[in-house]
Design a protein around this ligand. Sequence first.
Ligand code: 6R9
Length: 652
Amino acid sequence: MADTEDTNIANLLHEARTFAPPADLAANANAKADIYDRDPDEFWATEANSRLSWFTPYTTLREGEAPHWKWFTGGKINACYNCVDRHVENGLGDKVAYFWEGEPADDKRRITYADLQREVVRAANGFKSVGIERGSHVAVYMGMIPELPVTMLALARIGAAFTVVFGGFSPDSLAGRINDMQCTHVVTQDGSWRRGKVFDLKGNTDTAIESCPSVVTNIVVKRTGNDVVWHDGRDIWWHDMVDGKSEDAASCPCAPMDSEDLLFVMYSSGTTGKPKGVMHTTAGYLLGTSTTHYYVFDIKPETVYWCAADIGWITGHSYIVFGPLVNATTSIMYEGTPDFPDKDRWWDIIERYQATVLYTAPTTVRTHMKWGPEYAQRHDLSSLKILGSVGEPINPEAWIWYRDNIGGGKTPVVDTWWQTENGMILITPLPGVSELKPGAALRPFPGIVAEVVDEQGQVIPPGAGAGYLTITSPWPSMLRSLYGDDQRYQDVYWSKFPGRYLSGDGARVDADGDFWLMGRIDDVMNVSGHRLSTIEIESALVDHQEVAEAAVTSKPDPITGRAVVAYVTLKGGVDGDAAKAKELRDHVAKVIGPIAKPAHIVFTPELPKTRSGKIMRRLLKDVAENKTLGDTTTLADPTVVEEIQRRAALVV
Ligand code: 6R9
C-alpha cells in the first residue's frame, strides 16, 4: 500500500464522529434500513420492472460469466424514451427538466420535459439529415449548454453511439478519441464561456479533425459568436441543421434498442499512455444510474437537484443526464465556474431555485473552504436537504465544513464512491438510513458486493487493515469491455484476482463493517477529482523536443487532493529554469489539457533507475512527499537520488 494517500489515511484513522439521519428525512426516505436485506437479483429485477419502460420485456436478468456478462437480454428499450417521451406521455410535460444557468448574466432557460422532447426530436431529425443513423459513432466536444444533453438524448433516440470529450481537453486528446472510435460526425460549438472569456472549441475541433480521416461532418452550435474558420462541405451550423425539422415525436420514433447495445464510450486515463474506452450499454446503465440516483439522493417529485459536475465526465453522464431524467427529476445545470462573476455564484443559484440536493467534488468543497464561508453566508441555503461528494476521498475537515457551512449543520453528506467503469455509485451512505462517519463511504449499495483483499486475494476481515478494493459480483451498469481492446479489459480489471473486479483503489473496512476509501494504488493520480495518468503526462513531457526524460508522480495538496510533480531531464545536459518550466507546462496543456499541467517541475540531470533501466517512481514520490527514502539498494547509481532531493528542496 506504499502509494496510498498517507496524510488522508492518518486523518481517517482518527475519525470517530458519527451523525444520525435527520428524523424527518428518515421517516419519509425512499430507502429504509431493510433495503440492505434484499437479494441482489430480486432487487435489480424489481427495479428494472418498475423504474424502466420496455418496448419488449427482457427474458433473462443476467447471463454469462466473469468477466463478460449481459444484462436484461431479450429486452428492447430506448434511453431517450425512458428519459423524455414517457414522462410527457404520463402528464409530466410541464415539469421542469432543467433550470439552465448560462455564464453571461440573464442567460437562463427553463426547459420542461415537453420542451426537451421537442428539442431532442428536432435534433434527432437534423442528425438523420446529415447522415447519422443507428450504429453511427459520434464525438461530442461541447461545454455545459442545453444542446449537450439534447445531443446525447437525440443520438440515443436514433441508436447512434457517442463519446463526449470534456470541453477542456486538447485537440490531440479529441483526435485520439475520434480515431479510436472511428467517429464519422462531431458535434461542437463555436466557443464556450469560461470566466468571461471564450474557449475556442471550434478551432480545437478543426485542429483535431486534421488528423481524423473518418470525420465527414462537423456540426457546430453557435454559442459565443466568435470568428470561426469554416470548412464548406464539412461544417454545418446546428441551427441550419435543425431548421424546418419536425419536433413532433411521431416524426422520429425512439429506436427499439437491444438492452446490450452500446450507449456510449467514456475515455478514462489508465496506467499506460493510451486512455481506456470504457463501454456502457443501454438497459443496465439506465437502471444502475437511475436506481442509485433515486435512493442515494432521496429523489421526490418536488426535489430540485443539482449535480454541479461537467457532463464531459462520467458523473455528469450518470447524474446530470441519464439518472435524473429517468426519474423525471427537476435538475439545475450551469455553464461557467463557481467564482465568476463572484465566489458566491453557486449559493446564489441554490437560493434562487431553492435547490434541495447539491452533488459536487471534495476539491470544490476545499476551494470554497479556502475562500471562506462568508460567500455562502450571503445566501439562504436552507432549502438544502442532502449534500453529496464524489471524485476522491473527502477528508473529514472538508466533510464537516460542507455540512456546517453549506448544509446548515443538519444535512447528511453522502460520500459516494464509484468510477467511470462502474457507471453508477457503488459504495455510499443512504441518507435516511446511515449513521454517517465523516470521510467514510460506508456501505456497498444494495445489490452490490464489495470486499477488501490482501495481496494473495484473501478477504481482510473488518477492523483488520487495508487492502485492495474489489467487487465480487456483477452489477447492471458495469463496463462491458474497453473499446477495441477486450484483452486490456481482462488484464486491467480481472487478472490480478480472478473473478473479482479490481478497482485500483485501496480501502479498509472498519470494525462496524463500514468502508473507508484511501485513494489509488496504481499510477493514476486524482487531481481535483480528475483522473490523470502518470504515464500520459510523462509522454506529453517527453514529446517536447528539449526533454530527454521525464518521470511524473504526485504529492498531497490541500486544494486539489493530489498535485502533479514532474522530474525532468533536459537534452544535452542543459539545466532548466522558470521560463523552461512554463514552456513545459504549456506543452502539457497543449497535448493533454490544462488540468494535466504539473504543479511542480524539478529539473534533474538524471532520474533514479534500477539496473534494468526502470525508473523508480516510488523513490520520486518519497522525494515529492519529503519522506525518508525507501529501499535504494536496487538503484544503479544511488547518488542520483541525493542530487534530486537537493534540487527538489529548492523548487518545492
Ligand atoms: C465517479 C468518478 C474514479 C476514481 C476512483 C477513486 C476516486 C471517486 C470517490 C473516490 C474516494 C470517493 N473516487 N469517488 N475516492 N472516495 N467517494 O470520480 O469516476 O473519474 O473514473 O474516477 O476516483 O480513486 O477510482 P472517475
